[in-house]
Each structure stands twice: as structure tokens, then as C-alpha cells.
Design a protein around this ligand. Structure first.
Ligand code: 5RP
Length: 219
């Protein structure tokens, strides 16, 4: 199976975690695109979605699924999203698609985070994938220097601004053995909008696509 077929398989499996007629939180990325397409095939559709990006909102609307503003919703039963890496505790690196801030906001509204990913995303320790960090532009150089002081090399993602209008730093060279502590630390740095470590908003369940089928990890 190709990586894309694995992504489509877990996206379909995620429908088992969605309540027909209820709201659903929807992430961003190629795996989630399959999930949005699968949502449109439900015999009883969801009542609507809270989306983490303009791209996902547009795809949802194309399928006739209503998109609600996050501010209009107090709680969501479930948030479904992909990941760039996921560790044995369900902590993740996210933001490869530059949607990390809205992803964290919508994940925080949800009772459960269901991560959908192909098996290549499972790692023993986070950090091989460059850590995305959304920043206020004027602070990017000083944030890059702070990363250098802890062993990271931060590079501005070329030609990319987030849906919120901010640049992204991608940080290589970190070995993230304590994701909750590093997330809390980086979040204190002036000018950081959101760090792509999802430890506080970690996954409760991961549906992992393997050539043998969907493997369900519960954290
Ligand atoms: C977007 C994300 C995505 O969930 C992550 O990049 C995985 O993407 P894909 O499903 O395309 O592999 O965090 O900001």
C-alpha cells in the first residue's frame, strides 16, 4: 500500500469515532483531507464542523458540511487530525501544514483527540521532524537564538504565512525527551504564538495505518 492509501484507510476508520448528527472538530493536512471526504459519505451526516484551517473549511463546505466558528462552540465530542510525529505517550509534533495554532485551539475544545496517521509518523522520541513554531515576525531572530542555545537550528519557512498572518520557524536538531516541559518552556518565550509540540493537547487515541491494517493505540 502507498502512504496515501494508508492515510485514506485510517481516515475512513476515524468515522467510527464520529457521532452522526453531532459536531466534529476537523484538523488539517493530506490525511484529514481523506477524513473530510469520508465524512461526506456518512448516511447520517454530522451537524457541522469546527475547522482548523481555511483549506479544511473550504473542503468541508464543498461537501456541503457547515463550518462553525470555534468561538461559537463550547465543547466538541471529538477532534480528528493528523500528526507529523507521535510518541509512545500520544504527544505529537504538528504544524507541517502551518495550521498548528488553530489546531491547538480546536483540539482544546474537544473531549477526545483522535490522531490519524500512517505508520511512518510513530517515533520513540519526538524531534526528527523539524519542530514548527508560529512566531510574531519581529521576534523571529531572537527566538532563533534561543533555540540555538538549547541545540536547535531554526530556519524561517520560506514563502509561508499562517492563516493568522504569521511566519513559521522550523527547528531541527532537538531531541524532545520531555514534551510537556519543553512545550511549557517555549510557550513562555516572547513572540512565540504557538509551538508545534502537542503535549497538553496530546492524542487520546491514534489510528495508525500499517500494511497489515489499522492499528489502534490508546494513550
Ligand atoms: C498541519 C498538521 C498536519 O496534521 C500534519 O502536518 C500531518 O499532515 P499530513 O496528514 O499531510 O501528513 O499538523 O499543520
Amino acid at each position: 500500500m502507498t502512504q496515501d492509501e494508508l492515510k485514506a484507510m485510517v481516515a475512513r476508520a476515524a468515522l467510527d469515532h464520529v457521532t452522526p448528527g453531532a459536531l466534529v472538530g476537523v484538523g488539517t493536512g493530506s490525511t484529514v483531507n481523506h477524513f473530510i471526504d469520508a465524512l461526506a459519505t456518512m448516511p447520517v451526516r454530522v451537524a457541522g464542523a469546527v475547522s482548523s484551517s481555511e483549506a479544511s473549511s473550504e473542503r468541508l463546505r464543498r461537501h456541503g458540511i457547515g463550518v462553525l466558528d470555534a468561538g461559537a462552540v463550547e465543547r466538541l465530542p471529538v477532534y480528528v487530525d493528523g500528526a507529523d510525529e507521535i510518541d509512545p505517550r500520544g504527544c505529537m509534533i504538528k504544524g507541517g501544514g502551518a495550521a498548528l495554532t488553530r489546531e491547538k485551539i480546536v483540539a482544546d475544545l474537544a473531549e477526545r483527540f483522535v490522531c490519524i496517521a500512517d505508520a511512518s509518523k510513530r517515533v520513540p522520541v519526538l524531534g526528527r521532524f523539524p519542530l514548527p513554531v508560529e512566531v510574531i515576525a519581529m521576534a523571529a531572530p531572537q527566538i532563533a537564538r534561543r533555540f540555538a542555545s538549547i541545540g536547535g537550528t531554526a530556519v524561517l519557512r520560506s514563502g509561508v504565512l499562517t492563516d493568522n498572518g504569521h511566519p513559521i520557524l522550523d527547528v531541527r536538531g532537538l531531541v524532545i525527551t520531555d514534551p510537556p516541559a519543553l512545550e511549557a518552556e517555549i510557550n513562555q518565550w516572547p513572540g512565540v504564538v504557538t509551538v508545534g509540540i502537542f503535549a497538553r493537547q496530546r492524542a487520546h487515541t491514534c489510528l495508525l495505518g500499517t500494511p497489515q491494517g489499522v492499528q489502534t493505540l490508546v494513550f
